[in-house]
Design a protein around this ligand. Structure first.
Ligand code: ZN
Length: 195
């Protein structure tokens, strides 16, 4: 009994140091803009997180959808902020559902978070904080928090469809497919988006 006690006390500093590093690592892995004034726009399939209403205007301009659903989108007038939000919601959901349709993977799933960064520097900082390395990609999907990361200045509907496809692919099956397989499928989605 005594031995056990002394063992625990001997371990105490190790546990305290361990706890410090664990919490420290947790803080480092957190989103650098987690505490920023994120605003949310919820759609049927996603939650769009952005930092400024102007970002929504940019996002709307970046996502074009000249397919057969374009007629529905044209009914909205982008001048009104409410209509702008409705338009972005509609566009993102159309792209999500189109990705599901192309993949043949339709089932209810947890809403995907879309984190809209304002520029490349912000996006790269987010990448560095999460993965610790230099960012060499323009957008990505992170399974751990079911989030898509994009830079609103460097985005198009194909890129968004590609990242949303990763979310659909990774959450559709009980076991996530191999990375290479998922990438082939996601590329297939963005190349067939408008067909
Ligand atoms: Zn990919």
């Amino acid at each position: 009994m005594r031995t056990e006690n002394s063992c625990i006390w001997r371990l105490a500093p190790v546990l305290i140091v361990g706890l410090f590093f664990w919490t420290h690592v947790d803080v480092v892995l957190a989103d650098p803009y987690e505490d920023a004034a994120w605003q949310e726009l919820e759609t049927a399939h996603t939650v769009i997180r952005y930092q400024d209403p102007k970002d929504l205007t940019k996002l709307n301009a970046r996502i074009r959808f000249p397919g057969k659903n374009w007629g529905i989108i044209r009914l909205f007038k982008p001048g009104d902020i409410k209509d702008l939000r409705s338009m972005v919601v509609r566009k993102v959901d159309i792209i999500f559902e189109r990705a599901q349709q192309i993949l043949g993977m339709r089932k209810p799933m947890k809403k995907v978070s879309i984190r809209v960064y304002q520029n490349r520097a912000q996006l790269h900082q987010a990448y560095k904080t999460i993965y610790g390395g230099r960012c060499r990609i323009r957008a990505w999907y992170r399974y751990r928090n079911n989030s898509v990361y994009v830079n609103v200045r460097d985005l198009n509907e194909g890129m968004l469809a590609h990242e949303l496809a990763h979310a659909i692919i990774d959450n559709y099956l009980d076991v996530r497919p191999p990375r290479a397989t998922a990438e082939i499928l996601a590329r297939y989605v963005d190349s067939h988006l408008k067909r």
